[in-house]
Design a protein around this ligand. Sequence first.
Ligand code: SAH
Length: 256
Amino acid sequence: MKPEDNDRIKAKKYLGQHFLIDKNIAEKIADSLLYQGNVLEIGPGMGILTAFLLKREHVNLAVIEIDGESVDYLHKYFPDLRVIQEDFLKFDLSVIFQGQFAIIGNFPYNISAPILFRLLAYRRYIPEFTGMLQKEVAERIAQQPGSKEYGILSVLLQTFYEAKYLFTVNETVFNPPPKVKSGVIRLTRKEDFNLDCDEKLYFNVVKTAFNQRRKTLRNSLKGFEKSRLIDSDILRKRPEQLPFEVFIEITKQISN
Ligand code: SAH
């Protein structure tokens, strides 16, 4: 069925709705997904990405969308699609499929960070996460230690995933256009994604270090009971200089 013009949804700002209108770019994003098997699309909106995902072989697709108007639209134009009308940030993702699934989307930028923290929490289920975010966030995730943009999400995501920045997308291919450029990334889970230190403490150490990123670790990590056990070489450093392996080392040093 061809969408009728008066069916088109007026974007809701509070839901971060910026609908992609360029089909070539939608196809390019869909083609960036390497995983074959179960796939969950977050925020399909009017389904511009969805249409390309449905054409792919070896993809068993479900979509999760919070907006009732978008859900009605999807039911009308994609009658066979499995649509879950829920908040991605609240829904228990483990019940959608049996086993593992990849995530894809042109994500709502107003909740990028919470989406990425959710990925971290559910990483056991999620071997790949591919899609579009604000360019700045996409770049930050893939950034190596030593750069100003390297931060909490870079460290935490790189602990478990290989991050690859794929391409940049201009404001002009959205309706309404966002204020910023967009970037498409692919995160591929590492073969060994177990953390061999106290996970809660690890997340806490990384967050604490970056919350005072201009201080040396000697100052920012003072509050941890056993911080005196950390190597003095490490204590002289600032968080943005350190790869995730060093944060694991720190966590081990203060947890025994
Ligand atoms: N993928 C579409 C829409 C992108 S806009 C396209 O490329 O055109 C972001 C989409 O995420 C919107 O459809 C919005 O309703 C949806 N969304 C926003 N917050 C959400 C949430 N918490 N859970 C699920 N979907 C959400």
